[in-house]
Write a protein that binds this ligand. Structure first.
Ligand code: URA
Length: 272
């Protein structure tokens, strides 16, 4: 490999350009040749399979033919969600739902983590980079804080001696550059979330941040809403600051601690 020598000026320019790209969301190195992440054995690419372009392979059908072609995306998701009788069937239905463009840019469907019969179900926004890679919700820095927060009130997703926790997101695919999911994306994924809540049947729901509040309660304004119990789908709901917001502004942790105490008390009252 030939050695490249840079002047200090060239070096700082290159570093600034790199910083700018990271800022734009290009936060991973790529190779000289594309990697087909869907097909590690070098067979036909997913695009070829899907669109049959330059290929005699028939396009794969994700949305079954029985659905009327005129249905809107939320109608399709509602119909698909209504057929799911188990969490496994719901995950499969979401996996073949092809009308949300976010799926195209994501590595993995991030469905849920934790214990399905937990009394508390936490709903976040959407996967970030770490979640997209691992296919599990809340595994990056915000997730580590979330685990510590719930551990402080004796709850965990691990199936250990703590009270069990179940964790999911409004959106199962990572949005580009971690942007907020838009209202169309939230609306088309909502029937899946509603079915998810129905199948888990938690005693309490915890909404992390504005996107979860928008989806479940149809309202935003987390600073005003946090700490106030609401109800959705027949379940008591506690809106809280998103752990990512607590990482950005640690002064908010005081309020988050009060909300966690309230969740613990409400759960205890439920058990008495
Ligand atoms: N933020 C979320 O809202 N969900 C995750 O899974 C990770 C970060």
């Amino acid at each position: 490999m030939s050695e490249i020598s840079l002047s200090y000026f060239e070096y700082t320019q290159a570093m600034a350009a790199l910083g700018w790209q990271i800022e734009l969301g290009a936060d991973e190195a790529i190779c000289d040749v594309p990697i087909n992440r869907y097909d590690s054995d070098g067979g036909p690419s997913l695009k070829a399979l899907k669109f049959g372009k330059d290929s005699n392979i028939a396009p794969a059908k994700a949305i079954p033919d029985i659905l009327p072609k005129t249905q809107s995306a939320p109608d399709v998701s509602a119909l698909m969600a209504s057929k799911a009788k188990t969490l496994g069937e719901l995950k499969n239905a979401m996996g073949v739902f092809d009308l949300c463009a976010l799926k195209e840019g994501a590595r993995n469907l991030v469905f849920a983590d934790g214990i399905p019969d937990a009394p508390v179900m936490v709903i976040g926004e959407a996967p970030g980079r770490d979640e997209d890679i691992q296919g599990k919700p809340f595994v990056g820095p915000a997730g580590q804080l979330l685990d510590k927060m719930f551990a402080s009130i004796g709850m965990s997703r691990l199936g250990d001696e703590n009270t069990p926790l179940y964790i999911t997101n409004v959106i199962p695919w990572r949005p580009p550059q971690n942007r907020d999911p838009n209202i169309e994306e939230i609306t088309m994924m909502l029937p899946f979330l509603q079915k998810h809540i129905e199948l888990v049947a938690p005693k309490l729901l915890v909404l992390m941040g504005n996107t979860a509040c928008k989806a479940v309660l149809g309202a935003t304004g987390i600073t005003r809403m946090r700490g106030n119990w609401a109800e959705a789908f027949g379940v008591p709901v506690m809106p809280m600051f998103h752990p990512a917001a607590l990482l950005r502004d640690p002064l908010k942790k005081r309020e988050a601690w009060l909300d966690l105490q309230d969740i613990r008390k409400r759960l205890q009252a439920n058990d008495d």
